[in-house]
Design a protein around this ligand. Structure first.
Ligand SMILES: [Zn+2]
Length: 116
């Protein structure tokens, strides 16, 4: 008999900073990048070199001449899947409770821990 995995209450499994994700929908589909920032309230992620938008910048101390700045725009969490660093497959996040009671995220494909 298979054990039923706990269903999380509509909440997206946690993706964290420095996780590797693949974009699964939209114009950036198929791209893989590292999560730079998680906006957990809005459920959006900023992913390195993905969903780049160009912004016009006014001259400032950093950009003397102003000009165009390229910046990552946030993507909604539903547009990405985490990529397991063990089996390198896009996967879902499972949860496992260790003997000491602490929880770790596990890859649902290979079963390896994603938190180390
Ligand atoms: Zn895996």
């Amino acid at each position: 008999m298979r054990l039923r995995t706990m269903r999380m209450k509509k909440k997206h499994p946690k993706i964290k900073k420095d996780d590797k994700v693949i974009i699964v929908s939209g114009k950036e589909k198929g791209k893989i990048g590292t999560v730079l920032k998680v906006e957990s309230e809005k459920q959006r992620l900023i992913i390195e070199k993905v969903n780049i938008v160009k912004k016009h910048a006014k001259p400032s101390a950093q950009t003397v001449q102003g000009g165009i700045i390229e910046k990552e725009a946030p993507l909604h969490i539903s547009n990405v899947m985490i990529v397991c660093n063990k089996c390198t497959e896009p996967t879902r996040i499972g949860k496992r409770i260790l003997e000491d009671g602490s929880k770790v995220r596990v890859c649902k494909k290979c079963g390896e821990s994603m938190d180390e």
